[in-house]
Design a binder for this molecule. Structure first.
Ligand SMILES: CCCCCCCC/C=C\CCCCCCCCCC(=O)SCCNC(=O)CCNC(=O)[C@H](O)C(C)(C)COP(=O)(O)OP(=O)(O)OC[C@H]1O[C@@H](n2cnc3c(N)ncnc32)[C@H](O)[C@@H]1OP(=O)(O)O
Ligand SMILES: Cc1cc2nc3c(=O)[nH]c(=O)nc-3n(C[C@H](O)[C@H](O)[C@H](O)COP(=O)(O)OP(=O)(O)OC[C@H]3O[C@@H](n4cnc5c(N)ncnc54)[C@H](O)[C@@H]3O)c2cc1C
Length: 671
């Protein structure tokens, strides 16, 4: 056993709570952990499914291998295990195939969109085909010229009464669809968002099913130009694509018509709120965060914490043996708040998912009243959680020093995929501002109406100050929740009053809004952090678990909150809730917590339960055997295939020979 493995074993002996119990809580119950492990075993024990060492693969190799594994899963594993794209096991399948899969947009967006936008007949026609991969679809909304401002989309679907067809057309190059996943090389159908035009009148964005490739030859159909958009920061196994339509005709029935319909004579019939056409985005914002972003942070934490416990560098006490870098307070401050963030955002994301599921159920009963709150919360959470987590992953990467910069650590690959979450499903700033719009409205209403749900804390607008006078008090969840609620409502109040002041002084609404938009983004960060802290505190409060696990979760909650107080102390001081002395106490409380948590660090990340297969990290594996793994990995570098690289002979040979001749005294060196 290596010295590093021994160090990690010793660390595990220090952990003072049951890691398995914490894993069960994190997963949502013992049964969930069991299901997760069953799926994990089914995938792990199938050599065709296991992750390859992706750190040294080209994009093409990763795409090809991703497609091979995806088809193996669909053709062999799903039938063998009795799973499908809608099974409760799917989340765990996704977790265990380690992001190296294809057809994610087909499975995760195209199929659910058929369900949410299609009539019963359309679902009966398209869904079974899609579920069996007999058609492969993409979600084609974003264009070269527009992604955010959906009312500006330029692809048109003009209704032709005579033939009862829609003509799908891109009037200029900027109207070309750009970015849709699985479209570049895989899809033969697309769910296309296009502006409906009937008799010259525009009716806004609507979803259509359009066949784009031939089902025999897979060649683009007439009028279609389609391909892959090229290499990106991450998402190597996804063929994000471009798609241009030149007057492509499709039957009237291909307008997915659950929400609105065009009759044969061209009569337009709206059946529900127009914003339901944005429903697929709300769904994805509410459900993808945990699996794509929070889990990425959890993996990065696992790697960085394990590595910091075995990486010994420098002396803490002069003349004494070298210490693990985790002993440095600065290192603890770099790592442990992100472990806490993983727990905090994980539980908040689960709550958001639940809220989405309840909303979906209510929609079936015709009740859409929850949409504004859900839209605001999912937009705010998506932006805030994606930003916090991906910034955290970068800090964790740097905390691993030189090895963090190598793909061997696994962290660059994890970050490259997760950071896309700041852009897709609504660019973050734009999403912050959507949530801000709702919060300002709520503030304006609270003067006359009582608010409910996630904004109920705005009902209490009384001035007060924090009573804490010793650091320890800052570990109480109720104290922390009060801090965050106070800060959030005061920053909302302040910016809402500024907007109202500007509009009263003659600024048009849109100008007042734009002038305040920097503060509005901060307002949403305050609201969402408040939501995360309050949710985490209430989850812990409702838990029945062993005292050591409860204690460590309370410490996680306090650490997440205190880190945010330290980061945003300016806000807490400005709104007058904390004094400078209390800000110092909050920092003291945070530093005390770091020391308290230090012995439990490895247990806290082991509880996330990421297997070595999933981490793909030489420095973060369970056994801590860092250096052997790094050396084995480096040997696999493609540049090491031959002892002397071909390019050396091609370009360096004359210089080598000149140097040899000089050193052997055959010629003289000159400058
Ligand atoms: C076998 C193995 C197989 C593998 C299986 C894989 C499974 C896969 C699972 C996971 C993998 C997924 C990984 C992730 C992949 C990435 C996917 C990415 C997909 C995309 O990116 S799709 C494109 C997304 N695009 C956007 O999000 C666009 C963002 N823009 C908008 O949403 C809007 O344009 C806007 C909101 C910014 C503005 O719209 P607009 O109409 O102009 O509205 P406003 O004037 O601003 O507001 C008017 C009014 O409407 C309210 N409102 C706005 N939006 C919504 C909404 N969505 N819902 C409800 N209400 C809304 C707004 O608040 C205003 O209300 P008010 O007037 O104030 O009351
Ligand atoms: C990995 C990945 C996968 C994707 N998959 C898909 C897919 O499957 N299907 C699909 O249709 N699309 C997909 N997209 C596209 C994605 O949804 C868009 O890129 C995203 O919505 C952002 O839009 P944009 O590119 O137009 O950004 P822009 O809006 O051009 O953003 C540029 C800048 O302008 C700012 N900005 C824009 N509007 C405002 C405003 N109103 N107020 C303040 N600031 C503003 C933004 O904050 C940003 O800083 C994908 C993108 C990525 C990166």
């Amino acid at each position: 056993m290596s010295k590093q493995s021994r160090l990690l074993e010793e660390e595990r002996r220090k952990v003072n709570f049951s890691v398995e119990e914490l894993t069960n809580i994190y997963d949502g119950g013992v049964e969930q952990t069991e299901m997760k492990r069953k799926v994990e075993a089914a995938i792990h024990n199938d050599p065709e499914c296991r992750c390859k060492d992706v750190g040294m693969m080209t994009r093409e190799e990763r795409f090809n291998d991703g497609m091979r594994r995806t088809i193996h899963l669909n053709k062999v594993v799903f039938p063998r295990e009795g799973w499908n794209a809608f099974s409760k096991e799917l989340d765990y399948v996704l977790r265990n195939i380690g992001k190296e899969f294809c057809l994610g947009i087909h499975t995760g967006v195209f199929l659910p969109c058929i369900l949410s936008f299609g009539s019963d007949e359309q679902i009966a026609k398209w869904l079974p085909l899609g579920a069996q991969l007999q058609i492969i679809g993409t979600y084609a909304q974003t264009e070269l010229g527009h992604g955010t401002f959906l009312r500006g989309l330029q692809t048109v679907a003009t209704y032709d009464k005579a033939s009862q067809e829609f003509v799908i057309n891109c009037p200029e190059i900027s109207a070309m669809k750009w970015w849709p996943g699985d479209m570049g090389k895989s899809a033969n159908h697309a769910l296309v968002m296009a502006q409906v035009v009937i008799d010259g009148k525009k009716y806004g964005m609507h979803p259509f099913i359009v066949q784009i490739r031939d089902l025999t030859t897979h060649m683009p159909l007439p009028g279609i130009t389609v391909g892959d958009i090229g290499n990106k920061v991450g998402f190597e196994t996804t063929d994000n694509g471009f798609l241009h339509f030149n007057k492509v005709r499709i039957p009237r029935e291909n307008l997915l018509c659950k929400n609105s319909e065009v009759k044969p004579d061209g009569t337009y019939v709206a059946k529900t709120k127009d914003k339901m056409v944005y429903g697929s985005m709300v769904r994805l914002r509410a459900i993808f965060l945990e699996g794509e972003v929070v889990s990425a942070l959890g993996k990065a934490c696992t790697i960085a914490v394990r590595y910091s416990l075995v990486r010994q560098q420098g002396e803490l006490e002069p003349g004494k043996p070298e210490v693990a870098v985790m002993e440095y307070m600065t290192q603890q401050k770099k790592l442990l708040p992100y472990v806490a963030m993983t727990y905090a955002t994980h539980f908040a994301c689960l709550k958001l998912k639940k809220m989405y599921n309840i909303f979906e159920q209510k929609v079936k009963e015709g009740d859409l009243s929850g949409l504004p709150e859900l839209h605001a919360l999912s937009a705010g959470m998506k932006a805030s959680v994606a930003e916090q987590c991906t910034d955290g992953i970068e800090i964790l990467r740097k905390s691993c020093g030189g090895h963090g910069y190598s793909n061997a650590s696994g962290i660059p690959i994890i970050w490259a995929r997760a950071v896309a979450g700041c852009t897709y499903e609504g660019e973050n700033t734009v999403m912050y501002l959507q949530c801000a719009r709702y919060l300002v409205k709520c503030y304006n209403q609270v003067q006359t109406n009582r608010l409910h749900g996630t904004v109920a804390y705005l009902n209490n607008m009384n001035q007060s100050t924090c009573r804490v006078n010793k650091a320890n008090d800052f570990q109480q969840p109720a104290v922390l929740v009060a801090c965050f609620q106070y800060r959030a409502r005061e920053v909302i109040k302040s910016v809402a009053m500024k907007i109202n002041h500007l509009t009263k002084n003659g600024y048009p609404n849109h100008e007042a809004w734009n002038k305040c938009s920097v503060e509005l983004v901060n307002v949403v960060k305050a609201h969402i952090t408040q939501y995360i802290v309050a949710t985490f505190a209430s989850v812990i409060d409702e838990l029945s678990c062993s005292p050591p696990v409860k204690t460590v979760l309370l410490q996680m909650c306090a650490l997440y909150a205190l880190e945010n107080i330290t980061l945003y102390s300016g806000d807490f001081l400005k709104v007058g809730y904390l004094s400078p002395k209390q800000c110092d106490l909050a920092l003291e409380a945070e530093l005390d917590l770091l020391s308290c948590l230090r012995p439990n660090a490895v247990g806290l990340v082991d509880a996330f339960d990421y297997s070595d297969d999933l981490l793909q990290s030489c420095i973060g594996a369970y056994d801590g055997n860092v250096y052997e793994r790094l050396f084995e990995w480096a040997k696999k570098s493609p540049l090491n295939k031959t002892e002397v690289h071909e390019e050396t002979y091609k370009y360096l040979k004359p210089y080598l020979h000149a140097g040899r001749d000089i050193l052997e005294g055959k010629t003289k060196s000159k400058l």
